[in-house]
Design a binder for this molecule. Structure first.
Ligand code: TYM
Length: 336
């Protein structure tokens, strides 16, 4: 028995690590789900997983106590609802582990402003002439700290976060060069077919473009979003090109093989309206989310259990982050 446990522990220790997170800035959408969150579930047996609620990143966008509290709990419920098993995955709040902000500061001291000015998010904000707060400017360093504290091999994300993971990797390299080997170099895991999920207008699905389909919306909210998908004005009878259709692009997330081919044929033949295609898509989304909703609801009715999960996650993440932080402090010469 003891030998079995020892073997299991050893086996567990050999598992590679994964870390990722979602900002609690509003209801996650199906772009977040297919682009990243689903991978957290699919990989939870294979990897020792750390899944964060990136609340300090969200603080760049939300300055309201009630909204922040609600969003944090909602994202936690969403994680549990989609099937992340809290017995397998360390689910934790970024703000619970102060090493994240401490390490971000240390990274600030080896990072130049021109380097951060090349970040897409910064350039986008600048192009909009927005007043950019320091937190937004510094965003990549906090994200580098989130990642590097836990030595993960992979960081599952959508393609919009690729550059941020590259920043983390560059920063690890830079730190290692100055202070000696301290961090492993993480890699983004971006699934090819779902790297950028399009929204209802065909652009990348994003809360800021208001083109999302909410993952845990009500039937009415999901239906409204789906029925609002932008199409051309072809009549039901006319043949349609599936590869130019925003609805079809989303069907591809739900249908495979023969089913997808049948729909493709229906498009090309003509005789199917966009309305019919949208109604089909609505049913496909419901079939995915219904069991998830039930699980989410179960946790929502047991909010103490959810808080307990976050507390346990905090303890586990903290012990790993504190150990790493000790090494970092020692390597930079402040542990005397
Ligand atoms: P966030 O909260 O904007 O998005 C969460 C995840 O969803 C992915 N995603 C998409 N994937 C495909 N198509 C889309 N349309 C789409 N929209 C969003 C994002 O790429 C992301 O993987 N900075 C991060 C949160 C974060 C983080 C981290 C992630 C903070 N620290 C450390 C990984 C590791 C963010 O704002 O994601």
């Amino acid at each position: 028995m003891c030998k079995t446990i020892a073997f299991l522990l050893l086996f567990n220790n050999m598992k590679k690590r994964l870390l990722s997170g979602v900002k609690p800035t509003g209801a996650p959408h199906i772009g977040n789900y297919f682009g990243a969150m689903r991978q957290f579930v699919d990989l939870q047996d294979e990897y020792e997983s750390f899944v964060m609620i990136a609340d300090y990143h969200a603080l760049n966008f939300i300055h309201n106590k009630q909204e922040m509290e609600k969003n944090i709990l909602d994202v936690t419920l969403d994680y549990l609802g989609i099937g992340i098993d809290p017995e397998k995955v360390i689910i934790f709040k970024q703000s619970d582990i102060s090493a994240h902000t401490e390490l971000a500061w240390i990274f600030d001291t080896i990072t130049t402003m021109p380097y951060l000015m090349r970040a897409h998010a910064y350039k986008d904000a600048e192009a909009k002439n927005a007043e950019i707060n320091v937190g937004t400017f510094n965003y990549p360093m906090l994200m580098a700290a989130d990642i590097l504290l836990y030595d993960p091999e992979i960081v599952p994300v959508g393609s919009d976060q690729k550059q941020h993971v590259e920043y983390a990797r560059d920063t690890a390299q830079k730190f290692n060069k100055i202070y000696g080997d301290t961090f492993i170099l993480p890699k983004e895991l971006i699934m090819k077919d779902v790297a950028t999920i399009p929204g209802t207008d065909g652009q990348k699905m994003s809360k800021s473009y208001k083109n999302t389909i909410p993952l845990f919306g009500t039937d009415e909210e999901i239906k409204k979003a789906v029925m609002g998908i932008v199409t051309d004005s072809k009549t039901p009878e006319e043949p349609k090109n599936p590869d130019e259709c925003n609805i079809f692009a989303l069907h591809k997330l739900f249908l495979q093989g023969e089913q997808l081919q049948n729909l493709r044929d229906k498009y090309s033949k003509g005789g199917m309206s966009y309305k019919e295609s949208k109604e089909m898509l609505f049913e496909e989304i419901l079939a995915l989310v219904k069991p998830m909703r039930e699980r989410r609801e179960m946790y929502r009715n047991n909010i103490d259990t959810v808080k307990e999960i976050l507390n346990k996650g905090k303890e586990k993440a903290k012990s790993i982050a504190d150990t790493k932080m000790n090494i970092i402090r020692s390597n930079i010469g402040v542990n005397i």
